[in-house]
Design a protein around this ligand. Structure first.
Ligand code: WT7
Length: 664
């Protein structure tokens, strides 16, 4: 990264960027214009959450008003109890009713785009058209027998139809469960099974860097183990040859086209399930995070509004590069952005298709005003060189966003200078699948920024750093990040596993929500996230349980034991290191071929994001006398560090020496 050598010495602590007057000038108005306003809002929200969130909720459409804003019975929160509403109505119909019917809701660009990336397929869908399309899909689902409460699985590429399908589910009260298109068949099996979903909406395939991701084929493979799946709707996107099973599979263009564009929204209790989204935890089984209608809708809309200073009909074009298969896509590609009456931009494919300047071509072509991506992507852009963004007109961009992992100060500086014209504010948003929306984030034109810090809690979020007993720690001490008061967008549980919900989030420090991250607060009260404290890796901003990768490795039958830890990785932030004890049949040939086989196995089993970056073979894993794998020690080995660990409890001292010896 030669281009960044001049800023390597950024002292994250001392560098402070005052709220930019440039941003304030570029906006017709600021929702939170200064820190005094922020402090006032934050205090009001903490002291009287009922009034604060009640007033915000009144901006939305309710069939029936709530009786109580908040009933808190730790760990169970009920927001807007007694109230009825519909999330699709609030993200689509409400805007049509408010005169935004002809405004563009979704602006989309496909991946195939000619040699230079200059002739892509572009689609513009207005709010009125969106209402019509969503209604057709909703009617299709109803015709197939989907009723309120039935979970519908969506496994699609980044096409507008995925957004239609998400909103169609919300419209009829059928919770959606979106599975990231990069996951393999076994991930579909687990999730469909856990959610008891009988309907899948998918595509024949998806475009990714010029090749086809065989989505329907993966669904077919998964369905060999899922006799409960009764209906599959298939959108034709890439035109690859696929099997259509008669009686079960139907084409989107046949099924959806014949439906009418009129479909009433289902009146939903505020606490009825809006969606499930599966995420990794410290055991092998992904958790189905439950989000409910009223609280999630209000929270994503309000966080989007303040954090990105969204203003309807002000020409804003918001591009969040996240896939809809992740919570960021749910909240800040679909619900939060549309509910603010702002155009959400969706891109189908890879950042380097056909070339590494694709994103900058897109920004210039569509005059993107808000650009939101992940640190891992920023580090890749840095590597690809400054000349690429410099060759395009990025002056439309007024605000930058970062999400998914801590952003290193070098990447922060590069982002600001090369993409943000040295003046755009950067919103480093810290949050989680479980939180529904932002927890800690700057507000643009308001919060001073420190590169690498996600700054201050969103108004109303009672974030703190505590020790294991729950005592708040003094400034600059590393500790556990907790949230001490409920917020509307918080998860309402893990699907079908109440005990795990209580144990994971509320059991360790009673009465406080444990985020699972280590962090510290500096003398100014700014938060610095230090990373996960559980066996969860953050690979390229995606969460992955070490246990999931380990069980996949062992499942290959090529190895008898595996331990997976994170290791520093230039682009991904955290890479995956696997220490494996080969099966006796393969021990003599524990070489590169075996390594390749294992990597392929994990890719096919979970998906490319879980593919180990390094595999080391060993005759044994370092364990304590009680048989626990010494992961911290393996982390040191993977990082090439001398271990600072006390190894007196290590069962076999030789194991450590051997691990160090073994080549990659
Ligand atoms: C974990 C949640 C929330 C959307 C994407 C990931 C890490 C997320 C930041 C940030 C430092 C961050 C945390 C968190 N994380 N954003 N701005 N700074 N760390 O959602 O898959 O549920 O992962 O991502 O470790 O716990 P997720």
């Amino acid at each position: 990264m030669t281009s960044t050598s001049n800023i390597q010495s950024v002292q994250s602590e001392s560098a402070v960027y005052a709220p930019s007057s440039h941003f304030a000038k570029a906006m017709p108005s600021l929702h939170v214009p200064d820190m005094a306003t922020y402090e006032k809002l934050h205090t009001q929200a903490l002291n009287n959450p009922e009034n604060f969130w009640g007033d915000i909720a009144k901006e939305f459409h309710w069939y029936k008003p709530w009786n109580t804003v908040l009933e808190w019975n730790c760990p169970d929160a009920k927001w807007f109890s007694g109230g009825t509403t519909n999330a699709c109505f609030n993200a689509v119909d409400r805007l049509v009713a408010n005169g935004q019917g002809d405004d563009v809701a979704i602006l989309w660009e496909g991946e195939p785009a000619g040699d230079n990336g200059d002739t892509p397929e572009i689609r513009k869908i207005t709010y009125k058209e969106l209402q019509n399309e969503v209604s057709r899909v909703a009617n299709t689902l109803k015709r197939m027998g989907v009723r309120k409460g039935d979970v519908v699985t969506l496994y699609m590429g980044m096409v507008p139809e995925l957004a239609f399908a998400v909103l169609a589910c919300a419209r009829i009260g059928a919770p959606h469960s979106v599975i990231f298109g990069g996951f393999a068949a076994s991930a579909i099996v687990d999730r469909v099974h856990d959610a008891k979903s009988k309907v899948i909406v998918t595509c024949d395939g998806a475009w990714r860097r010029g090749s086809i991701v065989p989505l329907k084929e993966n669904v077919d493979k998964a369905c060999e183990q899922l006799p409960e799946v009764k209906n599959i709707v298939v959108l034709k996107r890439v035109g690859n040859s696929i099997n259509m099973k008669s009686g079960r599979d139907q084409w989107w263009h046949d099924a959806v086209a014949k439906e009418t564009t009129s479909c009433a929204c289902e009146e939903m209790e505020a606490e009825e399930l809006l969606f499930l989204l599966y995420t990794s935890g410290s055991t092998g089984k992904p958790k189905g995070i439950r989000h409910t209608t009223g609280g999630y809708m209000i929270y994503t809309a309000h966080t989007a509004k303040l954090t990105f200073n969204l203003l309807p009909r002000a020409g804003q074009i918001f591009w969040c590069t996240a896939d809809i298969g992740w919570i960021t896509g749910h909240s800040y590609v679909i619900y939060g952005i549309l509910a603010n009456g702002v155009t959400t931009f969706m891109y189908e494919g890879a950042p380097n298709a056909p070339k590494e300047d694709r994103f900058w071509r897109i920004v210039q072509r569509h005059k993107i005003t808000h650009f939101h991506t992940a640190p891992t992507a920023i580090r890749a852009f840095m590597k690809w060189g400054d000349a690429l963004p410099a060759a395009h007109d990025l002056s439309s961009v007024k605000l930058l966003g970062s999400v998914g992992e801590p952003i290193n100060p070098e990447a922060w500086m590069w982002y600001r200078e090369k993409i943000g014209g040295d003046c755009c504010p950067i919103m480093d948003t810290f949050w989680q699948t479980e939180s529904g929306g932002h927890l800690i984030t700057p507000l643009p034109g308001c919060t001073p920024m420190k590169p690498g810090s996600c700054t201050l809690p969103f108004p109303g979020v009672d974030a703190a750093i505590v020790d294991e007993q729950g005592n708040e720690l003094p400034a600059n001490s590393g500790g556990l990040l907790v949230i001490r008061k409920p917020w509307p967008g918080m998860l309402r549980g893990i699907h079908g596993d109440r005990e795990r919900y209580i144990e994971t989030y509320w059991g360790k420090i009673p009465g406080m929500y444990l985020a699972g991250d280590g962090a510290r607060r500096d003398g100014d009260g700014f938060f610095w996230i230090m990373g996960r404290i559980d066996d969860v890796l953050n690979v390229s901003g995606h969460r992955l349980g070490t246990a999931e990768v380990e069980s996949s490795l062992v499942g290959s039958k090529l190895v008898v034991e595996a331990a997976v830890v994170g290791m520093p990785h230039e682009i991904k932030g955290t890479g995956i290191a696997a220490f494996c004890v080969p099966h006796p049949d393969y021990a003599h040939a524990a070489d590169d071929a075996l390594r390749q086989k294992l990597m392929l196995h994990v890719t096919n089993d979970i998906g490319a994001i879980a593919r180990p970056d390094m595999i080391r073979f060993t005759t044994g894993l370092p364990k304590t006398r009680s048989g626990k794998i010494m992961r911290r020690l393996l982390r040191d080995v993977a990082a090439g560090k001398e271990t600072t660990q006390d190894v007196t409890t290590l069962e076999d001292f030789n194991v450590l020496a051997k691990l160090r010896e073994s080549d990659e």
